[in-house]
Design a protein around this ligand. Structure first.
Ligand code: ARG
Length: 461
């Protein structure tokens, strides 16, 4: 069945039919399409195109179609152009002639916008739920090792000691921002397009706010041409998905390193790792590598739609049908990756002694020392020089920070007071960083509490 054809003498070539169809992927919009069409029937009833009886008849048929759609046989052999066409054909088969009125004053251009908006809204809520679960897993893992000390890095070089929970809460913050980004994307999708017609506005006086209310939309779109031309709301979703994947990928990268022999901090559960078909000793972090790998495909989806939309003349162009596969692909990869990351985090174990030893063996305390000198009155530039010289001398002699006694420090430079020797232990210097947002133990304890409160707030929304 076609939704057009009167002005054609010949049907589409078989090649073009295969080339142009979108049913093979936009079938995922069926629930949205039927929900939108049911609401549209109520709008048609309000403008007296459908009688109450006809509307009830159509609605009942839609319910049956929706139930049937759950079975895989439903789409078998269907050659409809797209999901909108298929739903109308099924309606005709079920409800008969009355179905011929369903598309009055409606265009597929606004319908596809509506369906996609409904789908994106639901997908955003799913992504947010998965983000919340991952954030909860990070907080739980932080709470399991509240006092664990690790070297923090810049340039992949040991920089300053931080608490393990402080490190994990950094990712918590990133995912919390992703959550907000999805909320913003939701607000963009949450605008109801029906009534726009193909591009010029519908010729029937639909009560657009009533349709919006019916479908739970916050507002109605303001310009019919914009509706037919716009896929920004899909781009917003893809951007939020991409940023989430970026954060997942960085976490994955960290943990691939931290769980390897060179670091040895983390033990990943057997359940999220794989062996080698040849090397019996291997335990590979494939789950994390796949998260990192899928990240590229989600960025690809964002880029793909950007390029599809760039330079399209007003308003709808069939190119825009190419929005759906990247959207679905990105949503699927994101959901799978968020879930995988949660399981990795839930089952990971830290070997706290290993990063603690890495911190103690390095000069992550150098900044603490320079700052202590500055607090005692040495100008910071001179303090920096002194601490740097101490590091250089230690490296020459093969000494670790803890090898220095208070007396030796004072002999090295009189500015080192006896109290400063204590700072040679990484966990001591951290206590000077109780500033809000810092890695001081109390600040981190407070941050963990706030993270838990934030989780509770996200969950109760
Ligand atoms: N399958 C199309 C899409 O996804 C439906 C939109 C309307 N099609 C049309 N030829 N005006 O974009």
């Amino acid at each position: 069945m076609k939704l057009w054809g009167g002005r054609f003498e010949h049907g589409p070539s078989e090649v073009f039919e295969r080339f142009g169809e979108s049913l093979s992927f936009d079938r995922r919009l069926i629930e949205a399409d039927i929900a939108g069409s049911k609401a549209f029937c109520r709008a048609l009833e309000r403008v007296n195109i459908l009688s109450a009886e006809e509307r009830a008849q159509i609605t009942a048929a839609f319910d049956v179609i929706l139930a049937e759609a759950a079975s895989p046989a439903f789409f078998e052999g269907a050659t409809d152009e797209d999901i909108h066409t298929l739903v109308i054909r099924k309606l005709k088969e079920r409800a008969g002639a009355v179905a011929d009125k369903i598309h009055t004053g409606r265009s597929r251009n606004e319908q596809v916008s509506l369906d996609t908006r409904i789908w994106v809204r639901a997908e955003i809520r799913r992504a947010q739920e998965l983000l919340t679960s991952l954030m909860a897993a990070l907080v739980e893992l932080a709470g399991r090792y509240p006092g664990a000390v690790i070297p923090g890095y810049t340039h992949t070089r040991r920089a300053q000691a931080v608490l393990w929970p402080h490190y994990l809460l950094a990712y918590f913050e990133m995912f919390a921002r992703d959550w907000e980004r999805f909320d913003q994307a939701y607000a963009r999708a949450d605008v109801m397009p029906l009534g726009s017609g193909a591009l010029a506005g519908s010729g029937f006086p639909f009560d657009r706010p009533a349709i919006a209310q019916d479908l739970g939309f916050a507002a109605v779109t303001r310009n019919s041409m914009d509706v037919s031309a716009d896929r920004d709301f899909v781009l917003d979703f893809l951007y939020a998905a991409s940023t989430s994947m970026l954060h997942l990928s960085r976490l994955a990268e960290d943990w691939i390193l931290y769980s390897g022999e060179e670091f040895g901090w983390l033990e990943l559960a057997d359940g999220v790792t794989s062996g080698s078909s040849l090397m019996p000793q291997k335990k590979n972090p494939d789950s994390l590598e796949l998260i990192r790998g899928k990240c590229g495909r989600v960025f690809g989806a964002l880029t793909s739609l950007f390029v599809t939309m760039k330079g399209l003349p007003m308003t709808y162009n069939r190119d825009m049908q190419e929005d759906k596969e990247p959207l679905f692909e990105a949503a699927d990869r994101l959901r799978a990756s968020l879930e995988m990351a949660r399981v990795v985090v839930e089952t990971a174990e830290l070997r706290p002694a290993v990063p603690a030893a890495a911190a103690a063996a390095s000069w992550v305390v150098a900044t603490d020392l320079a700052e202590a000198l500055a607090r005692a009155g040495t100008p910071f530039h001179r303090a920096h020089q002194l601490a740097g010289k101490l590091v250089l001398e230690s490296l020459r002699q093969g000494r670790r920070p803890a090898d220095w006694t208070a007396g030796e420090l004072a002999r090295f430079a009189p500015e080192f007071t006896p109290g400063m020797a204590r700072l040679m232990a990484p966990e001591e210097g951290m206590k000077t960083r109780e500033i809000a947002g810092g890695t001081g133990p109390q600040a981190v304890r407070q941050a963990l509490k706030e993270a838990e409160a934030k989780l509770a707030a996200l969950r109760s929304r």
